[in-house]
Design a binder for this molecule. Structure first.
Ligand code: C2O
Ligand code: CU
Length: 524
């Protein structure tokens, strides 16, 4: 890890010194000073101070665990907008109404550079948390944006280059929940029955300290960068052995896979179907039912579940079912090899328990129609017949995209899109292209929400693909698409929110940190 950290730090320093490689597109890069201070032209409804700090939390019997975490304080506006989880490194949870104008004063009290990305939110370039805007220890950054997203479950996390994986792992993760009038009118479960649940895998030393892959560097670090980190304990909202004490009523569960690289195949332990009402970009047009839900790192899914049909005192679990993570059909070698000892990628494990209370059962109907979906049709794309292809490649022992690694300010000529245009991108993960074999990659695009047009899979990878494909929820808006070995995914998006330099990358954080990330320029 030391090795990776050094690379990240060097790039960061290069960017500060202005010596980083300039891309092929002149004028792509704006001054990093742009949003370092609050502007007088922006009048916030909500103003928050967000500090990234070193702290300790009691997680297991024995010594407390050293963590890095966000701490927030409302300076102006509704104090209820921010809440913290007790005894957990995670959070805060930020809840706002669509249309809220928000200013966030970020203060970096960590011993490393950091920057905050508002994952899934459509924000101006300067507020998007690009690694070139990272601020060093003691540094500050002011984020200003209006919340224009649909009602849904978004989140925030660090995004400094080469250090995103280790910083998220240390605890820096929070949910950002948006509501709007259309959603309010649905009268979905609310208050204590609207529950955010962040699923993450972690490993610990015997004295309760977080253990990340390849500490000490060398081969372990290299392997970790290729495969991704897999931990041996499942935490929910930053806590082990999570149990939700539920009333005998319907609930809305907002699940985020906040793991660095572990993919979940989520199902109810008794085999009940899973009712899905929302995805990355908010509510679906109508609820859908699945035998299980496939949830890759950074993806969100909102479930509706009616505990009124359960007996008083009944217990039910949410579990992750086994699946085949490589085209050959096997499970990826996992934590054991990477410095953990936990389940391999594709192994099954329990996630959390629900204990149903003793009170009277109260049922509510789930609306048949949920939200209006902004229309976007493939025919509107200017490149429907020649999609922009984003190919998973390997450069040496590292994953890359279209044969290129991340460059802090670099944009290739084929990474420029027109502001206002509608495009089809095709994510391509060939079944077997390389000595590193092939593995699943969750590909994420900043600056947009997209629709999934279709998926195709190579016959040689069909069996593995079938072990997760019934759990895809492609009906809704997405900002991340899991691309399995041998799979091609066509997505449709319109670049209408903000022009500027944005990122697309693999959300396997070890892949991202080792260079599986690129800039693209939305050009006016
Ligand atoms: Cu959640 Cu660029 O990432
Ligand atoms: Cu990847």
């Amino acid at each position: 890890m030391t090795f990776l950290k050094q690379i990240g730090r060097r790039r960061f320093l290069n960017a500060l010194g202005g010596t980083a490689l300039m891309g092929a597109v002149p004028g792509a890069v704006q001054s990093a000073q742009r949003a370092a201070t609050a502007s007088d032209t922006f009048t916030p409804d909500l103003e928050i101070e967000l500090r990234a700090v070193q702290d300790q939390v009691p997680l297991y019997q024995g010594p407390p665990t050293n963590v890095w975490r966000y701490r927030a304080r409302v300076l102006k506006g509704d104090a209820q907008s921010v809440s913290h989880h007790p005894d957990s490194p995670l959070g805060p949870v930020i809840r706002v109404h669509r249309g809220t104008r928000i200013r966030i004063h970020f203060i970096n009290e960590l011993p490393q550079p950091s920057v905050v990305h508002w994952h899934g939110l459509l924000v101006p370039e300067a507020a998007d948390g690009h690694p070139r805007y990272a601020v060093g220890p003691g540094g500050r950054y002011v984020y200003e944006f209006e919340v224009i997203n649909r009602a849904g479950t978004y989140w925030f996390h660090p995004h400094p280059h080469g250090m995103t994986g280790s910083q998220v792992y240390a605890g820096l993760t929070g949910l950002f929940i948006v509501t709007d009038d259309e959603e309010r009118a649905l009268k979905l479960p609310d208050g204590d029955r609207d529950v955010g649940l962040v699923i993450q895998d972690r490993s610990f030393t015997r004295d309760n300290q977080l253990r990340y892959m390849g500490q000490g560097g060398g081969m372990m670090g290299m392997m970790g960068g290729m495969m991704g980190f897999l931990g041996d304990r499942i935490h929910v909202n930053g806590r082990p052995d999570f149990t939700l004490a539920a009333e005998r009523k319907p609930y809305r569960l907002r699940l985020l896979n906040g793991s660095n690289s572990r993919i979940c195949k989520l199902a109810w332990s008794d085999g009940s179907p899973v009712t899905v009402i929302g995805t990355d970009g908010g509510l679906l047009a109508a609820p859908v039912s699945r035998p299980y839900v496939t949830l890759a790192p950074s993806e969100r899914v909102e479930l509706w579940v009616d505990f009124s049909t359960r007996a008083a005192g009944e217990e039910i679990g949410l579990v992750s079912l086994p699946f085949a993570a490589s085209a050959g059909g096997g499970m990826m070698m996992g934590g054991g090899m990477m410095g953990g000892s936990g389940p391999a990628q594709g192994a099954g494990f329990p996630v959390f328990k629900v204990r149903v209370g003793q009170g009277a059962a109260v049922s509510e109907k789930l609306p048949e129609k949920l939200a209006s979906m902004p229309a976007l049709r493939p025919e509107q794309a200017h490149n429907l017949n020649a999609p922009r292809s984003i190919r998973v490649t390997a450069s040496g022992m590292r994953w890359s995209l279209n044969g290129r690694m991340f460059e802090m300010e670099g944009v290739a000529p084929d990474e420029v899109v027109r502001f206002g245009s509608t495009e089809v991108w095709e994510f391509i993960n060939e079944a077997s292209m390389h000595m590193m074999g092939s593995m699943p990659h969750p590909l994420h695009v900043h600056g947009v929400q997209f629709r999934i047009i279709d998926r195709r899979v190579h016959p040689s990878a069909m069996a593995a693909w079938r072990s997760v494909s019934d759990g895809y929820v492609d009906e809704g808006w997405k900002d991340t698409a899991l691309v399995m070995p041998g799979e091609r995914v066509r997505v449709l998006m319109r670049f209408e929110s903000f022009p500027g330099l944005f990122l697309y990358h693999c959300h396997n954080l070890e892949h991202e940190d080792t260079g599986m990330m690129r800039n693209f320029l939305i050009k006016v």
